[in-house]
Design a protein. Structure first.
Length: 439
């Protein structure tokens, strides 16, 4: 077979296919034509059928991509709408009802038609004075410090290990399929979408449960005067017809263990520059969980437990205040293999989930600046690969959960104190080693 480009003969389209065949006996006339043309037509029919199958697969793939992109957009718009809706304290017509002030958070609830339990929203403001006390030696502008801290808070909220530490009922989460919408993995801002399999551990309120969810993550300009990016994480149940295509993967993850359907209509994390306090951040977490509990369990007890389901927002803020972003930063559980890419986050070059590169990276952003410190090393600007690191917070590293994330997700051996990924109160060497072993 010889394929000849017809453009050489002045024809804009088409190719000329020659077929030469060695026959077992001399043939002439129609018999020779039939002997050569038969295999040629069969070959062309096979090529056309294969091309048609490929085109159909491309159309199906494009169709799925567009559906996921639309679902991700809807999930993000839902998150932004719920986060921005009027607070209970600001208007008597607000759909939210103030419940309590807890751990620096304003806890509000919102009744959902047809649901037994309400949606919960936890809101807090990180004041510019709090961010000003953190360890960013090269950043003097409040806006740049705010932008760097926002990325760190959101990075912890995306970390599978940090999520588990902030919510002990949460089990494993596994990426079934992932999409990144944009022009490339190094693009700043954009949307990442994933179908995830999530599990809940059994508790006094409900048995073990699991489900397939759509996770949408977006970085976009905040629109707040002074600039800065808004980071939004929205998780909603995957449509049944799309979740069903992952049934084999889900069955393998269940490993024969029974599990009820996880009923969590929405979980949202939103981090944006504060319009009321320039240089500060508005943090919002929204959770709506409808556990299958017996009617013998008092509703008030269940409501009180669910009231604190969104309080992980304060845990992520505390982690960002007291420690570095985990390396590697994974969406899944820390011991699960995941496709990673190296990029600069909060001044360090670390390995993060490839789907988060455009969401969390420092460099190249028009609305934020690199958080690099004054010196430079192979681990990233101003931060050492090993050895003690100055405390980010003036009072040292607080919170056992924050320290656990560093040790568990970084994978450093506690037998060598100088390689511990945190350094409490500036201690090093044997002191850091002993503290690692104790905790």
């Amino acid at each position: 077979y010889v394929l000849e480009d017809q453009s050489a003969f002045g024809k804009a389209r088409g190719c000329l296919l020659h077929h030469f065949s060695l026959l077992p006996a001399p043939l002439r006339g129609p018999a020779a034509i039939a002997a050569v043309a038969g295999p040629l037509y069969a070959f062309l029919a096979e090529v056309k059928a294969e091309a048609k199958r490929g085109l159909q697969m491309d159309k199906e793939s494009t169709s799925i991509d567009s559906k996921v992109a639309k679902l991700a957009d809807e999930a993000i718009l839902l998150a932004v709408g719920l986060s921005d809706s009027v607070a209970a304290s600001s208007s008597s017509s607000s759909p939210w009802s103030f419940e309590e002030h807890y751990r620096g958070l304003d806890i509000e609830t919102r009744e959902v038609p047809g649901a037994r339990f309400p949606m919960v929203r936890a809101r807090m403001v990180v004041q510019p004075s709090e961010i000003g006390k953190l360890y960013y030696p090269s950043l003097t502008s409040p806006t740049l410090r705010q932008a760097c801290f926002a990325r760190e808070v959101f990075a912890f909220s995306c970390s599978g290990a940090a999520q588990q530490l902030s919510n002990t009922a949460k089990g494993n989460q596994t990426i079934l399929q992932n999409w990144t919408f944009g022009s490339g993995e190094q693009e700043i801002a954009g949307t990442s979408a994933s179908f995830m399999h999530l599990t809940l551990k059994p508790s006094a309120l409900q048995p073990a449960a699991d489900g397939v969810f759509l996770q949408a993550i977006r970085r976009a300009p905040s629109g707040v005067q002074g600039g800065g990016d808004r980071f939004t994480y929205s998780m909603v149940p995957a449509p049944e017809n799309m979740a069903g295509s992952y049934s084999q993967q889900v069955d393998a993850l269940r490993a024969g263990q029974p599990a009820k359907q996880m009923n969590q209509p929405v979980w949202i994390m939103d981090v944006k520059p504060s319009a009321a306090f320039p240089g500060g951040l508005d943090i919002c977490c929204i959770s709506h969980i409808i556990p299958e509990v017996s009617y013998f369990i008092p509703t008030g007890m269940v409501r009180q437990a669910l009231m604190h389901s969104a309080c992980c927002a304060s845990a992520f803020v505390e982690m960002a205040k007291t420690m570095r972003v985990p390396n590697p930063l994974k969406v899944q559980h820390f011991d699960v293999e995941e496709e990673l890419a190296v990029t600069q986050v909060a001044g360090r070059h670390i390995s993060i989930s490839k789907s988060l590169v455009g969401i969390l990276c420092d460099t190249g952003s028009k609305s934020s600046s690199s958080c690099s410190a004054s010196a430079s090393t192979s681990a990233g600007p101003g931060l050492p690969t090993t050895g003690p690191m100055p405390s980010k917070a003036a009072k040292g590293f607080n919170g056992l959960a924050a320290r656990k994330v560093a040790c568990r997700e970084s994978g450093f051996a506690v037998s060598n104190g100088t390689e511990c990924s945190y350094n409490r109160n500036g201690k090093s060497g044997s002191q850091a080693k002993n503290m690692c072993q104790e905790e």
